[in-house]
Design a binder for this molecule. Structure first.
Ligand SMILES: C[S@@+](CC[C@H](N)C(=O)[O-])C[C@H]1O[C@@H](n2cnc3c(N)ncnc32)[C@H](O)[C@@H]1O
Length: 244
């Protein structure tokens, strides 16, 4: 199974929902990330209105965060390598009467399809899906290429904590901080970095850290097999804002 097929699997059940039910199910799940992006905009781009902003969401899934930003007046572009996610996103935007530029691309490869510079680039929980150094290096390169001079990159990502519960069918490699899942063969599915390593990785890719907060009590769920676990044994979260 390729990784885009793996992600498509998680969107198949949503394809069965009517658009109003899809909307009711997915929009509330975007609330936390949306609030974080709004706070970043208010702090770092305070002199701009939403309608002045070009926003790009990477690993958008069904695009819940971007949809709310489009409602505020921003011009939004979304990108994901799951064609099902992008189909669902397009359905949702047209259901709400909102415009979106949508692309199906692998964001670890050059030439993703979109063009121009963006005032805000949002990581839609994508960074921790990129397990290999070369994929992450391409991703950081892409951010630098598409971020406007005074733009900001917002990222909420999962990070390591001493005690993480690993369910059956998964294994965690402590040397590379990689979570593997058995999908017929073992596949690397998440990079759950140590937060200090993450800071160093950002500096190595020559991005500036404008803010970096570690939330030990904000448990992040790597996969539905981790659902309903107590926060103490889930990966923690980092919310960071980067710029050139
Ligand atoms: C954890 S999901 C998050 C989806 C959504 N942003 C959210 O927060 O609910 C990660 C998304 O990134 C996409 N993705 C993973 N690797 C990708 C890649 N190399 N290029 C583009 N999209 C990718 C997946 O298809 C999936 O939709």
């Amino acid at each position: 199974m390729t990784l885009s097929e793996y992600y498509n699997e998680s969107y198949k059940s949503l394809m069965l929902l009517s658009t109003d039910k899809l909307s009711a199910q997915v929009l509330p799940m975007s609330k936390g990330q949306l609030q974080f992006v709004q706070e970043a905009k208010n702090k770092f781009l305070a002199n701009k209105d939403w309608s002045d902003l070009r926003i790009l969401e990477l690993g958008s899934g069904v695009g819940g965060v971007s949809l709310e930003l489009a409602r505020l007046g921003a011009q939004v572009t979304i990108c994901d390598f799951s064609n099902l996610a992008i189909d669902l996103a397009q359905k949702l935007f047209s259901f709400h009467g909102l415009e979106v530029n949508a692309f199906v691309s692998d964001l670890t490869l050059p030439e993703p399809g979109f063009s121009g510079k963006f005032d805000i680039i949002i990581d839609g929980h994508l960074l921790h899906c990129l397990t290999e150094d070369y994929q992450r290096a391409s991703f950081f390169k892409l951010i630098k290429e598409y971020l406007s001079e005074d733009g900001v990159f917002t990222c909420e990502t999962m990070v390591h904590k001493k005690k993480i519960f690993i369910p059956d069918n998964f294994k965690f490699d402590d040397d590379t901080y990689t979570l593997w899942q058995f999908l017929g063969s073992w596949q690397p599915v998440r990079k759950i970095s140590d937060s200090l390593d993450l800071e160093n990785e950002i500096k190595q890719h020559q991005l500036s850290i404008r803010s970096f907060f570690y939330y030990s009590q904000m448990g992040m769920v790597p996969h539905q097999s981790f659902m309903d676990l107590p926060v103490e044994i889930l990966p923690a979260a980092v919310r960071m804002v980067l710029s050139h």
